[in-house]
Design a protein around this ligand. Structure first.
Ligand code: C2E
Ligand code: MG
Ligand code: MG
Length: 405
């Protein structure tokens, strides 16, 4: 049609963010209901001649066949429709007594400008969608030719990550957590990938890839095993490292058998559960607070500790805080970076400390890079610190053992 009329059209590739998490948490029947509600919203928001398709899973395509013959207007119009669809999806969804917030990542490509073979157009829209996801989800991106190369290297990264575990390229580093007297009170285990060709790759780069592909489940399991083995090694050597904190990803935590998996690892390794701390994030607890509390309570009865990572950056809901069996809040680095006693950050740190105190939680500040920051934190009443100033993440045998109490 576009070729005959010499006009432009657009294809929108819509992928829901974190749908797997919703699906795991809610069950598949509710996941289906969620998809059909979203499909209805899409259909209601396009014109009669447009086409909405469910491509599979949580992926939808919208074809806008005739947007006129002016390229600039076409992109403007396609963007406007994408915004409208995104807003439609973002409206709260009520399912089984819960209120859910779903966001999409949307890729847009124009045709025939960016190719006129159907497969080509679809692939471009998909590549643009991936770019939107990569940019932090809940976004809209237009296809640009250089995205193709980026998409290929991402695919390569996925493949390499699949082999990384077996090839022994993954390892854990440990970052000290110290108190105001300079004693080591615990460590955080941080994943490292020593890639055969590209050298060290940051977890910030490969954890999202691992989550997308589901590889995070086997990687997360390995991390837990590894951390527990390390706990035992320190137990045997007679060093008191305090707690060993392990980051748990949403998909891992939402697994139906998460609790059993952790229990089994504790038994198999012989690690003292009181030495293990699991770091969760606010966002992953909100989806299904009841289930989260249940899981936490079972493990906590065995002695496992829980903390909230990056506290203050998620959907901070005070209602959930009082329900959770927590030990620690980790104040996010964004409140520490420009911290001075007079700053607004100081007001937030004070409020968190006071609230945590009343709720019976410890508070540790993350990303402490300077002595001045640590001093300001101390004056505000925060006595636990993690960051480059107290110590960078290092291999287990490079930790400053003399700081262990
Ligand atoms: P996170 O859990 O908030 O970990 C803290 C991050 O801040 C680490 O980055 C650490 O190296 C960095 N950091 C520590 N002190 C400082 C400081 O003073 N200044 C600055 N600028 N940064 C500091 P890293 O190791 O790159 O990890 C990034 C994120 O990757 C982690 O954030 C965590 O969300 C995730 N991650 C790391 N290991 C694992 C893992 O085993 N499993 C899962 N699911 N996620 C992991
Ligand atoms: Mg962490
Ligand atoms: Mg953090």
């Amino acid at each position: 049609m576009a070729r005959r009329r010499e006009s432009y059209g657009a294809v929108l590739f819509i992928d829901l963010d974190n749908f797997k998490t919703f699906n795991d948490a809610l069950g598949h029947a509710s996941g289906d209901a969620l998809l059909s509600q979203i499909a209805q919203r899409l259909v209601q928001r396009v014109r009669a001649g447009d086409t909405v398709v469910r491509r599979g899973g949580d992926e939808f395509l919208v074809v806008l066949p005739d947007l006129g013959d002016d390229l600039a207007l076409t992109s403007y119009e396609a963007r406007r429709v994408a915004d409208k669809l995104r807003d439609g999806i973002a409206e709260p969804i009520y399912l089984g007594g819960r209120q859910l917030h779903v966001t999409p990542s949307i890729g847009i490509t124009l045709f025939p400008q960016n190719g006129d073979k159907p497969e080509e157009v679809l692939q471009h829209a998909e590549v643009a969608m991936y770019r939107a996801k990569q940019a932090g989800r809940d976004g809209i991106r237009f296809y640009a030719p250089d995205m193709q190369a980026a998409a290929e290297s991402r695919l390569q990264l996925q493949n390499d990550l699949r082999h990384a575990l077996n090839a022994g390229e993954l390892m854990l580093h440990y970052q000290p957590q110290i108190d105001s007297l300079g004693r080591m009170r615990g460590v955080e285990a941080l994943l490292r990938w020593q890639h055969g060709k590209h050298g060290m790759i940051s977890p910030a780069e490969f954890i999202p890839v691992a989550e997308e592909t589901g590889l995070i489940l086997s990687i997360g399991h390995w991390v837990l095993q590894q951390a527990c083995r390390q706990i035992v090694a320190w137990q045997r050597a007679g060093v008191n490292m305090g707690s060993v904190a392990v980051n748990v990803s949403a998909r891992q935590f939402h697994q139906a058998d998460f609790v059993t998996r952790v229990e089994r690892i504790l038994v198999e390794t012989g690690a003292d559960p009181r030495r293990l701390e699991l770091e969760l994030t606010e966002t992953m607890l909100l989806d299904n607070i009841g289930e989260a509390v249940d899981k936490m309570q079972v493990l906590r009865r065995r002695g496992v500790r829980f903390s909230i990572d990056d506290f203050g950056t998620g959907y901070s809901s005070l209602a959930y805080l009082k329900q959770l069996p927590l030990d620690r809040l980790k104040i996010d680095q964004s409140f520490v970076r420009e911290l001075t006693l007079e700053s607004k950050d100081a007001a937030i740190v004070r409020a968190v400390l006071s609230m945590a105190g009343h709720l019976g939680f410890e508070v540790i500040a993350e990303g402490v890079e300077t002595a001045a920051q640590q001093q300001a934190l101390l004056e505000l009443g925060c006595t636990l610190y993690q960051g480059y100033h107290p110590g960078r993440p290092v291999a287990a045998d490079k930790l400053p053992l003399h700081l262990a109490p």
